[in-house]
Structures are given as structure tokens and as C-alpha cells.
Design a protein around this ligand. Structure first.
Ligand code: PEP
Length: 248
């Protein structure tokens, strides 16, 4: 069965609640494409108003982060149950900004992935290499290490429903997109890694996005690759261009 493309916006730390509602209304007529899953991953404080604002549309809401504990004394954190209750369907886990600025390591991310799945959320699990790693020729070794560590004790049945986002760190927010060949090569490598860890059917089911300076001009070519099942889009998700990416 063909994999349905999934195109998700990562709003990062942008948009106040009132700005968020305005943006949803502006994008509403532009993002109608039933052939793809459309997701807005929004700051925690925007979740409730954005869930309300997208009601009745083809858009689903994601969070940008969550904590793995059930509840308790974890000041400032948000649980999977809170996200589910608010109407969230997806959660970004392991974005390179969280790995880098907030020192989230793979052991923590593995706990988050398992908690998200058990709560009924779909993780969008990010991985990607730095420029130094690419130049050293260790890109695929690094990504295999991330994927294997982040999916410890996650079953084949669970993995087939998650989304993996390949995001080369050097391409995020830089305007420097990986070439179509580079993006496809790594997404294919991720699928091979999943096939080795589980089986071919699981690898064929999992959706793998590319992220890193995706824009209205490069989306169609990237998404036409056999192993790229859509995109995780930062900067361009905050403007009308996101409609062009969704309707590529
Ligand atoms: C991202 O934040 O996940 C991202 C890919 O950002 P940008 O599209 O701005 O490079």
C-alpha cells in the first residue's frame, strides 16, 4: 500500500495565541489537500486555541515536545496525557534544537517515544547529522545510531505508525537545503535500517520526512523521491508558502 505523505509545520517558538489563530485562518483555504496529512506542530500555549481553530478542517495538531513521566513534580513540563486530552495527535521528539540547546540525549528521547506511543500520540522522531559529521563521512553511521537508540524496546507494530524526520542540522533554518539526492539517500538508508531492525513490511510502512529549508520551490522534487514521504517544515510553515508546499 502506498504511504500517505505527511507535511508538518514546525512553528518553533513563534506565534502568540492570537497570532496563531490568525495564521490558521489565513492558511485555511491554502492547505486543502486530502491526499496528504497536514499537521501544525505549535508551541504548547497555542495548542488549545489552534485545536479549536482547525476544527472541521483537514489539519491536525502536533506538539513540539513532551515529557515522559505520567504526572507530578516536573515544573514546566507537559505530559502525553495532557496533549491527548487537548486534542493533539502528533508530537515532535528529538528535534536537533532540543538535542543541542536542551541537551536531550537518546536515552531520554527513547523514553519520550515510548510514552508518546503508549498514550496514543504519533511521534515525529527527528534525526540528522551535523556538517562536521557529513564532511567526515559518518552521516549514516550517526543516523543509524540515533534511530537504534531512540527505538529501543519499540515493537514493529508500533514503529510502522511513527513518523521519522530526517533533518540534516546544517540545513535547518539556514536556507541551505540538502540536494534531492542527499535527502533521498539518507531517507533510503533510514528505511534500510528499520528493515534490518524489524522487517521489510515495517520499513515499507513507516513514513520518513525530509526537513531542512523546505520551501515552495523545492518541495515537489523532494517529495517525489521514493523514500521521502513528506516534509517537516520550519520557517516556511509560518507563511502562505506553506499552502504551496502542502499542495506541491
Ligand atoms: C525545522 O525546524 O524542523 C526545520 C526544518 O526548519 P526550516 O524548514 O526552517 O529549515
Amino acid at each position: 500500500m502506498a504511504r500517505k505523505k505527511i507535511i508538518a509545520g514546525n512553528w518553533k517558538m513563534n506565534m502568540t495565541p492570537s497570532e496563531a489563530v490568525k495564521l490558521v485562518a489565513e492558511l485555511e483555504p491554502l492547505v486543502k489537500n486530502d491526499d496528504v496529512d497536514v499537521v501544525y506542530c505549535v508551541p504548547a500555549i497555542d495548542i488549545v486555541p489552534v485545536v479549536e481553530a482547525v476544527k472541521g478542517s483537514n489539519v491536525q495538531v502536533g506538539a513540539e515536545n513532551m515529557y515522559f513521566e505520567e504526572s507530578g513534580a516536573y515544573t514546566g513540563e507537559i505530559s502525553a496525557a495532557m496533549l491527548v486530552d487537548a486534542g493533539v495527535k502528533y508530537v515532535i521528539i528529538g528535534h536537533s534544537e532540543r538535542r543541542d540547546y536542551f541537551k536531550e540525549d537518546d536515552a531520554l528521547l527513547n523514553k519520550k517515544v515510548k510514552k508518546a506511543i503508549s498514550a496514543g500520540l504519533t511521534p515525529i522522531l527527528c534525526c540528522g547529522e551535523s556538517l562536521e559529521q557529513r564532511e567526515m563521512g559518518v552521516t549514516m553511521d550517526w543516523i543509524r545510531f540515533q534511530i537504534k537508540s531512540d527505538l529501543v524496546d519499540v515493537t514493529a507494530d508500533q514503529v510502522k505508525d511513527i513518523v521519522i524526520a530526517y533533518e540534516p542540522i546544517w540545513a535547518i533554518g539556514t536556507g541551505k537545503t540538502a540536494t534531492t539526492e542527499q535527502a533521498e539517500e539518507v531517507c533510503k538508508g533510514i528505511r534500510e535500517c528499520i528493515a534490518q531492525m524489524y522487517d521489510q513490511a515495517t520499513a515499507d510502512a513507516v513514513r520518513i520526512q525530509y526537513g531542512g529549508s523546505v520551501n515552495a520551490g523545492n518541495a515537489a522534487e523532494l517529495f517525489a523521491q521514493p523514500n521521502i514521504d513528506g516534509g517537516l517544515v520550519g520557517g516556511a510553515s509560518l507563511k502562505a508558502d506553506f499552502g504551496k508546499i502542502v499542495c506541491y
